[in-house]
Design a binder for this molecule. Structure first.
Ligand code: PLP
Length: 262
């Protein structure tokens, strides 16, 4: 059987732990064929963003269009979009091609773990008003959830309330990721009309993760492209990401130790 093509629309991480490179690895490892539309090139290493170059919005739209023309894309994800015009380009193609039935996972990437800014401020409003309503699932971490919700998200109760409010506001399923919670790494899924689902995994201590959010959302999109429902796709993706974290690599160099997901 041919592997379903999965599209990632995201930025390039020169260290290949996050961004489009993380997505390509996850999609391939989980049994699908990876396609990419690049939005930006970031020169970075884990924990350090040096330079960000956003690509022309027409080029972003054109990459998506040519891929849609050529491949039977089964699901898509967005990662780092970078700026307002790149977000608008994605929205424009989704509308002109009537892609509302195509499973779309939106990872609302804003800031790298090391503090580097990956989304311009004036793009946040367009993400909220135009992109999130097109999503099948959005996957904010606690910081991104707080920006979208306009309130702090620090506890399990707040994660659950936030997931329900965002689902109602944007008409999409919401997975709030609690990787920053003390204790087990717990994420909560809310889909309209359903009970909350919690997904938990052991925390691996001592590793500075980079690219876990990218890997997670790409893995979920892959599951959806293979025909899984949301809880099944998230459960498999969570197990894949947790295994990649606990099997991490560490290199010692002049800039200190760098960690990468296996
Ligand atoms: N670099 C790129 C290109 C990304 O897309 C992302 C996250 O989506 C990151 C860096 C951030 O990775 P992390 O916060 O895991 O360091």
């Amino acid at each position: 059987m041919l592997p379903p093509p999965i599209l990632t629309i995201a930025g390039s991480d020169s260290s290949c732990g996050a961004g489009v490179q993380a997505d390509l690895k996850a999609i391939s490892a989980l049994g699908c064929y990876a396609l990419n539309a690049l939005t930006s090139v970031v020169s970075e290493t884990p924990g350090r963003v040096s330079k960000v170059c956003l690509l022309d919005a027409d080029l972003v739209a054109d990459q998506i269009r040519v891929l849609l023309d050529a491949f039977p894309i089964a699901a898509a994800k967005t990662g780092m979009l970078g700026g307002r015009s790149q977000v608008e380009a994605v929205v424009q193609v989704w509308k002109e091609r009537s892609l509302s039935q195509l499973p779309l996972v939106v990872d609302p990437v804003m800031v790298a773990t090391g503090g580097g800014k990956l989304l311009e401020d004036d793009a946040i409003e367009v993400v909220k008003t135009q992109l999130l309503p097109l999503a099948t699932l959005i996957t904010p971490n606690m910081d991104e959830a707080a920006v979208l919700w306009d309130r702090p998200v620090t506890t399990r109760q707040e994660m659950a309330a936030c997931a329900q409010d965002l689902a109602a506001a944007f008409g999409t399923a919401v997975l709030v990721k609690g990787g920053h919670l003390i204790g087990a790494a717990a994420d909560v899924l809310y889909m309209a009309g359903e009970k909350l689902h919690w997904f938990e995994s052991e925390r691996t201590v001592g590793v500075q993760t980079h690219g876990t959010g990218c890997t997670y959302s790409a893995s979920i999109a892959t599951g959806l492209g293979l025909g899984m429902d949301l809880p099944q796709a998230i459960d498999r993706a969570k197990r894949y990401v947790s295994a990649a974290i606990s099997d991490y690599f560490a290199w010692k160099g002049s800039a200190g130790t760098v960690h990468a997901l296996n």
